[in-house]
Design a protein around this ligand. Sequence first.
Ligand SMILES: [Zn+2]
Length: 285
Amino acid sequence: MGWQDYAWDPSWTSGPVTVTWLGTAGFCIEADGQRLLLDPYLTRASLGTAAFGRLVTDPALIAPWTERVVAIATGHTHFDHAMDVPALAALSGARVYGSTSAAALCRAARIPESRVVDVQTRPLPWDDEVGPFRLRFVASQHSRFLLGRVPYPGDISDCDQVPTRTRAFRCGAVFRIEVRVLGRTIVHVGSADLIDDAAPPITCDLALACVAGWTSTREYPERLVRALAPNHVLLSHWDNFFRPAAGGARVLPTMKLEKLTDRLSRAQGQDARIGALEIGAHLTI
Ligand SMILES: [Zn+2]
């Protein structure tokens, strides 16, 4: 069975909370006409640019995601999660939540301090309310997919300008983000690992589960299900994000999606629902 067989059936439920996949680990959750962006990375720089060039946000690609955004939350600060955040924050006027590294990025873009929340300075798990969203930040960790290591470890220190090199986007502290909105619980896991005892287990309606690097993480599917007991899982960060979104998401063979969905299904049991969306597509829960 190929990963396409798990494509989401949008008819499974209805309601006023929509979840749009932006590509990579990026999502927009919309409720009551207000939006929350999670790890939004829309620029999708080419491999050549990421390796040798300068990373610069594409204004045309972020423009559709600057209206009605009340908050932007980042789970860690690698470029494919955080490089578009300062520009999105500047244009939207949204409040930004993230690590000390994410706060440094925002400061470099002259985002007012009043709109930047350094989650790392709070005792975790930590909750806050913004618009219709209640956010809970739980300590997490990045998958060690690069020969057993986290790529670009460490923090982004205070900088004069938003960095433009891939290596400057250091990982920073890592969080999983629980979102409670209009009675639903949605959990964003932006990198394929968890800290098992960082918070008591919960039951969630939807887990937004990072795929990239999962095979390097011990029992990732089983631990994810144990921590979050998700009714549904939406897979993310399985796409080749060096390609433009306009060509459609292309799965990388190294993602081993079939194996992941099999193990998630087994861990979830009979009612398992696991899916994936096309970039820009949404589901309603
Ligand atoms: Zn990362």
